[in-house]
Structures are given as structure tokens and as C-alpha cells.
Design a binder for this molecule. Sequence first.
Ligand code: FES
Length: 116
Amino acid sequence: LKDEKVKVVFNLYDGRRLETEGKVGDTLLDVVVNNDLDIDGYGACEGTLTCSTCHVVLKQPDYDRLPEEAGDEERDMLDLAYGLTDTSRLGCQITLTKDLDGLEVDVPESVNDARS
Ligand code: FES
């Protein structure tokens, strides 16, 4: 259904702006995978909360309107992420809702795979 589409923009550290679309219920990681977005090393653990390579930085208003706050496991993993900010989340833990249409996130320069 058309109205289930949610626009998402990934702003990469190298200046690239990837405008794409996901569906309600997808995580940001799903959006990256399903659209075959070229983001180096993104989502290395496939959403199992063991890597932090899916780190994204949100704008404050977007951060505030996310339906779910970061859980303990996500926080622990974020602590290991490179370039952590107050509005950082893990992309594999953000689920798209209709309300998030037009979401823009920054993808920090260096990914830090906590498994390595
Ligand atoms: Fe590894 Fe999100 S994909 S923590």
C-alpha cells in the first residue's frame, strides 16, 4: 500500500545524500539492506545488537518523537560507537512508523564494529 511507505534520508559523512523509502514496520537497517544502500560496513551484526555499525545520529525533534527509547542493550552498544552524540541511536533498533515520514539521519564517519 502506497500510504505505508516512509521516506528516509541518510546523510553520509562523505557528503552523499541517499534518499530512499521504507515501509511501516521496517527498521532503518532493513531500509539499508532492502534498498541495497552503499554504506560501508553498515549493520555488520544484522540487527543482533552486537556491533554498533548501524549507529545513526538524529535531529533532536526526530529523536524525541521516536516511539521507543533505547533499551539497556542498545545503550551499552552505543557506548562503543564512534562519535556518540546525545541523539544517537542504533539503526537496527529504530522501527519506522508513518509519523517518521521524511526522517533524516546522519551516518557518522567511522564505524566501530564492537566484535573486532
Ligand atoms: Fe549491529 Fe545494529 S546492526 S547493532
